[in-house]
Design a protein around this ligand. Structure first.
Ligand code: ATP
Length: 210
């Protein structure tokens, strides 16, 4: 099974990395592809450039060969739709291998407003990771979708290529890129919220300063 972890990664932090490692091990994924988005659809544009976000991801993922940096969204023009990303992956790997799209509960809250959400579920499973401060099933439509697609045991994900939703209770880590950018802008250190190598890069590039 392949895990797909999309995001702005502006910057990548230990909330992302721990979430990915727990999913990798608990769901027995072969690999996780980190796919930074180029053009945000539902949020303001990232502060760091694509080149800088790729460099930070490369530094953070070094040393874990099952974490793979996948820059396919940087190579596409127009908005970075997850549907298009999954469709292009499916074209490469075929229809039978299970794909798990990992997303935090804050991202799942907006899932039904994404481009072609139900078609996304034809291409991949969803693994919704609890994120502190964001209960995953507040909205009725999302709760209904979950009831229809719920998977209680992660081993079931391996039995089908797509279509199920698993709620995954990861170790709660209330770290966000917004908080890291705000700390740097305020002249405070974000150390220990993200890898030192990533922080070194941020300092060298003078990123996120006011
Ligand atoms: P920002 O604060 O700029 O919005 P972020 O910290 O939410 O950034 P993103 O790159 O937008 O990070 O997130 C990518 C994916 O990782 C999303 O699915 C998000 O829900 C998930 N995620 C981010 N931080 C955490 C965390 N601490 N715990 C669980 N999931 C997380």
């Amino acid at each position: 099974m392949i895990g797909i972890f999309g995001g702005t990664f502006d910057p990548i932090h230990h909330g992302h990395l721990r979430a990915a490692l727990e999913c990798l091990e608990q769901l027995r994924l072969d690999q996780i592809r980190f796919i930074p988005l180029k053009t945000a659809v539902h949020r303001p544009p990232p502060v760091a450039s694509p080149r800088q976000r790729a460099a930070m991801l490369e530094a953070a993922l070094a040393g874990e060969p099952r974490f793979i940096l996948d820059l396919r969204e940087f190579k596409r023009s127009g908005p970075s739709y997850t549907y298009d990303t999954l469709a292009s992956l499916r074209a490469e790997i075929g229809g039978s291998r299970p794909l798990c799209l990992l997303l935090g509960s804050d991202a799942y809250a907006g899932f039904l407003s994404w481009y072609r959400p139900l078609e996304i579920l034809r291409l991949a499973h969803l693994v919704v990771m609890h994120r502190p401060g964001y209960p995953p099933l507040t909205d009725t439509a999302l709760a209904d979708l979950y009831r229809e697609r719920a998977c209680q045991d992660s081993r079931e994900l391996a039995l089908h290529p797509s279509g199920s939703i698993l709620l995954y209770a990861m170790t709660p880590l209330a770290i966000s890129s917004t908080q890291i950018r705000a700390l740097i802008a305020a002249g405070l250190s974000p150390r220990y919220l993200l890898p030192d190598t990533v922080l070194g890069y941020i300092n060298n590039e003078r990123l996120y300063l006011p």
